[in-house]
Design a protein around this ligand. Structure first.
Ligand code: SIN
Length: 367
């Protein structure tokens, strides 16, 4: 009897505990299913530009003032971002990007690196004027020491314009910066629903919204329906895989660009060398050709210790080593397919490491 009673009690107790376990398991599952996925933490670093610009009327799309709206107002204008990311903002500068200088880049790069080293930051968006956006993107592409996404964004119409492109561009940039698909792809540029790589992208049109293109080599992908779609990747080394570190730098070496054209003479080159330039990028004609009046000026600059990079004003194609000039003899560097303005950035960073021209040529073929 006693045994039967004990057995019945034990069975009842087991049944009760089993039911309890079932209830608590299913309620845990329900909680798991109900809990939303963690939103990425994205910091917006605002630097000014047309995306923060204001005009007199909604039809003012030229003659407006860039860099007027603060980061809080930029974020408040796109409340939809709260559904895709935990967004925070910092006003790093408030400038039109034609005034972007080396000192701004160093400040920005240090802030990006500091933020991305924090485990609670998943990605960074930088709002920027479009005029020099491609240069800041390439600089960061070479000095950010993280694989987390960094996305530059701007707009071609000011915030007050009819059909302003800033809000949708900002939304897409935040989406991209919070996406695992964007990790390890280098610094990205997101405007007009398109994703471009920092090394190849350029502003190609002075006024239209579809201005950022990597003509010839192509964009990396699109942002459609709240999702990035990637089709290709930049193959040159970038971000965490570069040899450049600006965290302890207060300045960058002076590097200038000299532009070639019909009837060009040595005046600009001589003046730039006299101003103390440590490096000169020659934006030559064609395949980086050196006009007869320019070659002696560049050669004499090299003999004074100035590092010379031959690039091209054409905009596409490679400036081949020992092609239109004997780089070995002149001790010049061939600029590969970098635009003159991007060759300037790589030469500045190269000069923070070495003045050995063979090493600098290697860097031009690596980055
Ligand atoms: C600027 O680059 O700051 C002005 C032009 C623009 O953002 O489109």
């Amino acid at each position: 009897m006693l045994f039967q009673h004990t057995a019945r009690s034990a069975a009842a107790l087991f049944g009760f505990l089993y039911c309890l376990a079932l209830v608590s398991t299913s309620s845990a599952q329900a909680q798991t299913q109900a809990a939303p996925a963690r939103l990425p933490n994205v910091t917006i670093l605002a630097t000014g530009g047309t995306i923060a610009g204001t005009g007199a009327t909604s039809t003012t799309t030229v003659g407006y003032t860039a860099a007027k709206i603060g980061v809080d107002a930029l974020i408040a204008a796109v409340p939809e971002m709260a559904k895709i990311a935990n967004v925070s903002g910092e006003q790093v500068f408030q400038i039109a990007s034609e005034n972007m200088g080396n000192e701004h880049w160093l400040t920005l790069a240090k802030r990006v690196n500091t933020l991305l080293a924090q485990p609670n930051v998943d990605g960074i968006v930088i709002t920027h004027g479009t005029d020099t956006l491609e240069e800041t993107a390439y600089f960061l592409n070479l000095v950010v020491k993280s694989r987390k996404p960094v996305v530059l964004v701007g707009s071609m119409r000011p915030s007050t314009a009819m059909s302003a492109d800033g809000p949708v561009n900002l939304y897409n940039a935040v989406l991209l910066a919070g996406s695992p698909d964007a990790v390890g792809r280098g610094v990205l540029v997101a405007l007009n629903d398109q994703i471009n790589g920092a090394r190849e992208v350029s502003k190609t049109n002075t006024i239209t919204a579809d201005t950022f293109k990597a003509t010839e080599l192509g964009m990396l992908g699109y942002i459609v329906g709240g999702k990035p779609f990637f089709y290709r990747a930049s193959t040159r080394k970038h971000t965490a895989d570069t040899e450049f570190d600006v965290m302890n730098l207060a300045t960058l070496p002076q590097v200038e660009v000299a532009y070639a054209h019909a009837n060009v003479g040595p005046v600009a080159i001589d003046a730039l060398v006299a101003s103390g330039a440590k490096g000169l990028v020659h934006a030559g004609v064609g395949d980086g050709s050196l006009p007869a009046k320019v070659r002696p000026a560049l050669s004499s600059a090299r003999k004074k210790g100035v590092i010379i990079v031959r690039s091209s004003r054409v905009g596409h194609g490679i400036v081949a080593r020992n092609g239109e000039a004997n780089d070995d003899e002149l001790d010049f560097i061939a600029g590969d397919n970098l635009s003159p303005q991007k060759a300037r950035i790589l030469l500045m960073l190269a000069l923070t490491r070495t003045d050995n021209t063979r090493e600098i040529q290697r860097m031009f073929w690596t980055y």
